[in-house]
Design a protein around this ligand. Sequence first.
Ligand SMILES: *Cc1c(COP(=O)(O)O)cnc(C)c1O
Length: 353
Amino acid sequence: MRKWENNIRKVMPYTPGEQPQKAGVIKLNTNENPYPPSPRFARLLEEMQSGDLRLYPDPDAGSLVNAIADYHGLLPEQVFVGVGSDDVLAMAFLTFFHSSKPILFPDVTYSFYDVWADLFGIPYERPALKADFTIAPEDYYRENGGVVFPNPNAPTGIALELPAIQDILEHNRDCVAIVDEAYVDFGADSALALIDRYDNLLVVRTFSKSRSLAGLRVGYAMGNPLLIKYLNDVKFSFNSYTMNQPSLYLGSRAMEDEAYFQETLRKIVNTREWAKEELKKLGFIFTDSKTNFLFARHPDYPAREIFEALREADIFVRYFDKDRIRDYLRITVGSQEEMDALIRFLKNYTHGR
Ligand SMILES: *Cc1c(COP(=O)(O)O)cnc(C)c1O
């Protein structure tokens, strides 16, 4: 080891899902939306003024903040925006988790949480999900430096109902609690209605999954204006211009086509429920996902082998070689045609051996 390496911050980075560069693959590995954003986007892209790129973007991201606040019936002071919800969550960890007590998040959850905690030197404990992969609210009653969990949880897809979320909040009045609602639009209860009652609750959302805009990188947080002020103080101590001009413009117009949004959600939920029926016929065991992905295992075939066989056939799903979940595959709900191809492959795979 070179001497200067002693002075370096060494981290174990998050591993994003593969983005195969080859055309024609069926990509069910990163929970992207199979449907494009509203056809109105074609015109918005044309209307964008390239001359605007000469200037720094609005550091307050006002147009986007206002559009999100309007959509949810909130004040702009209750909204914070970032470069995808990963940026928002990272800022939130840095801002709110500054105690010597451990923060709490589930043992099986979004695998960026422990990466940020390690990066920022935040102590953490990971209460184990129950055997059925549900969160036990009682595990979050203990003293802590903050709480964070996705609802629905990832990669399990299981949602907590509002009373259980409220139970966790009731037992955590002295720290900040973050609910990561990356998948909430696909059919779970939102904690948004609770932000007026709990001034320490931050609800985080993203345009990446339900709104088909993973490439735009827009995420946001909603909460009490004091929480949002603290978040902005950290953001402005880090980078004034997190949001680029095209993201501000397109993001601020992204919520105009509500009918299209609802239609794509409906299609994905229908395909998800159809895929559950088909997987059941093939002997798969899976959670009751309320998201745009399935979390499934087969009692007769190791998940890693199915994963590799699918990959050979240019069907990409996600496999996590981690305790408790290495028997499972996480399969994004694609279009009906993509899921037809997946089920056809799995039918052959499970019957043909
Ligand atoms: C996808 C995802 C995110 C981050 O998505 P962005 O594209 O950065 O908005 C955050 N949390 C969970 C649980 C996710 O699955």
